[in-house]
Design a protein around this ligand. Sequence first.
Ligand SMILES: Nc1nc2c(c(=O)[nH]1)N[C@H]1C(S)=C(S)[C@@H](COP(=O)(O)OP(=O)(O)OC[C@H]3O[C@@H](n4cnc5c(=O)[nH]c(N)nc54)[C@H](O)[C@@H]3O)O[C@H]1N2
Ligand SMILES: Nc1nc2c(c(=O)[nH]1)N[C@H]1C(S)=C(S)[C@@H](COP(=O)(O)OP(=O)(O)OC[C@H]3O[C@@H](n4cnc5c(=O)[nH]c(N)nc54)[C@H](O)[C@@H]3O)O[C@H]1N2
Ligand code: SF4
Ligand SMILES: [Mo]
Length: 725
Amino acid sequence: MQNSATPTHCPYCALQCGMNLTPQQDGGVAVVERPDFPVNRGALCGKGRTAAAVLAPGVRLTSPLVRSGGTLVPATWDEALDRVAKGLHRTRTEHGPDACGVFGGGGLTNEKAYGLGKFARIVLGTSQIDYNGRFCMSSAAAAGMKAFGLDRGLPFPLEDIPRTGCVILVGSNPAETMPPSLRYFTELRENGGTLIVVDPRRTRTAEQADLHLAPRPGTDLALALGLLHLIVAEGRVDEEYVQERTAGWEDARAAAMAHWPEYVERITGVPVPQLREAVRMFCEPEHAMVLTARGPEQQSKGTDTVGAWINLCLATGRAGRPLSGYGCLTGQGNGQGGREHGQKADQLPGYRKLDDPAARRHVAEVWGVDPDSLPGPGRSAYELLDALGTDIKSLLLMGSNPVVSAPRAAHIEERIKSLDFLAVCDVVLSETAELADVVLPVTQWAEETGTTTNLEGRVLLRRRAITPPEGVRSDLEIMHELAARLGGERALEKGFPTDAEEVFEELRRASAGGPADYSGITYRRLAEENGVFWPCPAATGAADDAGDSEDASLDAGPDDPAQDHDTDAAPHPGTPRLFLDRFATPDGRARFAPVSHRAAAEEPDDEYPVLLTTGRVVAQYQSGAQSRRVDELNTAAPGPFVELHPRLAARLGAADGDPLAVISRRGRAVAPARITTAIRPDTVFMPFHWPGEGRANTLTNPALDPTSRMPEFKTCAVRVEPVQQ
Ligand SMILES: Nc1nc2c(c(=O)[nH]1)N[C@H]1C(S)=C(S)[C@@H](COP(=O)(O)OP(=O)(O)OC[C@H]3O[C@@H](n4cnc5c(=O)[nH]c(N)nc54)[C@H](O)[C@@H]3O)O[C@H]1N2
Ligand SMILES: Nc1nc2c(c(=O)[nH]1)N[C@H]1C(S)=C(S)[C@@H](COP(=O)(O)OP(=O)(O)OC[C@H]3O[C@@H](n4cnc5c(=O)[nH]c(N)nc54)[C@H](O)[C@@H]3O)O[C@H]1N2
Ligand code: SF4
Ligand SMILES: [Mo]
């Protein structure tokens, strides 16, 4: 245990707020302010402030559990690991490698995400791996790739926001989902800039806005097209920029011209004068930004929708220029890094493509395997979960709680129950872990070292501050032990080290030359520089050095950062701002998306006349597995609710607090009414943080976006009924 404060980062969301951990008498830690970290300058939300509560024994798991006679009972690590190895081995022998599934999470560190992808492909030999990030920002990632040739959530640091002229925040509620980031928007307005919020609800964020547009859920694509129509009609296109830096304008323009403002008003419910006002506010200043989050992205047309919002930036010359651009506010703690290093179905480390022969050769060489032995792309998250118990017989789950968070969750719960074998690595007994054959309890953020990449693309070092309790092991140790059991010495020769820095050194080499190039980043730099933005290639002449660096780092423990690989060349400074000279496409031009409006997968009808949308509240995190175990957070947000407008409530004869049944084609959920004029009368909202009767995902529609395979969490048709008490 160290005596002084350890600087590190919050275990929860993608803002990755800096915090200091100070050791306490009882062996625990206290979370204290860390004002030197620039992103949050000491500010923390309630989740970050109380994060240490989940470290306590009694709250978290401290022994492996195995199923015996129908119940989970404590077991030794050897027993538990042997059971997992046996379960996976049997499936592989009887049904082939693709019958073993692996499901990861965007909360896992870069090292864990990298290790998990490698484990799936070279130890299990399966193509069937994906992760919960598919449910998160995958539509924005797909649209960013198409438009810019590269996907990094924000192409600029948050510190640029206060200096731009106008920000349109689309389906993003940072007042609840990233409270310390709100100050960037406050400062924007103090500096004379304006904030436009697009959200079917008047959220705490929308309350701060100069203009709030409240479209019907699922209609952001039409809204963006209508705005582009007006931009063209009012002669606000930056023709020179379009000419010099983009491609595909004519098709995008033609599509937008078919979306008349009055037609768009009919689809979205946003009045034409508000559309005009938004265009004026966005176009008048010299610089402007569009930022999206889950609202427009979690739709069965999320990729096209984000593409339409990017079109606004391209038509007005607001991308790849200082203080202007499009960005996606990534969600999970390592939402950015978690999508770069290979736990995604179609991906190899460094944001390489699994079906690209050159990428396969590069990574296979780092891994010491034959490129032809690497499986091809697998299924997306929902499709993978939907296949459990059919052709996928066993699942290894690390860092997700799909029983609560997957769409059409009752069905997914059944699929999980029908598995031959389920192993879950978690810090707590989540609702999914409760169904497992083996539960492996893991170390937590304050107990282990590792890196995350925040929503700005800033790679950060989380440091170990305390000794974990007896009985838990890190995810990296679990992969090491399973590799040894399933692949023997041969697998271990391919490297499944238990030390995070050793894994990072390998990740550097695997990512070298890829789009998300980390090869110039070392733990020592991260410790000294408050994070480094990727891409950060090794300094010229140092690439080989990174390649040879393994030996140097082998004996460097987490408290003994590896020596930098000194060369004569100056280290690459990292890349806080992308695309200023050119976009990452082959010809350097950004691509317009030729998109047109289309309906949601499920529109209201006589039987299901109301729209349901879902999202978050400030005091709970995701499936709630961690935050529902913190008293202070439960007091603030004790349970699910159905937010609805007084007009809809009156029609139902419901008073505030009355239990309401919300019924969709997937199932029925019950939660108390919360009546507010802050929501559209045709829409109800439920947060998704709770299991059981009030589980929002019992209702949601797993209709997938054709490109990103993102499910439509943000809109489905429901019927709402009072429940007789
Ligand atoms: N407190 C808290 N903070 C979190 C998390 C958490 O669970 N709890 N999770 C983290 C993660 S992983 C993520 S991804 C982020 C998510 O961060 P956000 O995207 O900010 O969160 P959401 O509440 O899912 O959705 C944002 C808003 O979209 C609106 N919305 C719903 N439907 C539509 C629509 O059709 N169009 C538009 N324009 N808006 C719509 C909702 O009303 C909501 O206010 O938060 C991160 N931070
Ligand atoms: N209806 C609806 N559903 C949604 C959304 C929505 O807006 N509406 N949002 C979607 C989005 S954006 C997301 S990101 C998903 C998130 O949903 P989930 O994937 O369920 O996310 P978490 O609840 O964070 O689950 C993480 C699990 O991993 C555990 N864990 C934390 N850290 C570690 C670690 O280091 N190692 C291991 N092994 N385990 C760890 C936690 O205790 C927890 O049980 O939900 C999606 N579901
Ligand atoms: S905003 Fe996110 S990173 Fe910051 S303290 Fe809250 S949960 Fe943690
Ligand atoms: Mo997310």
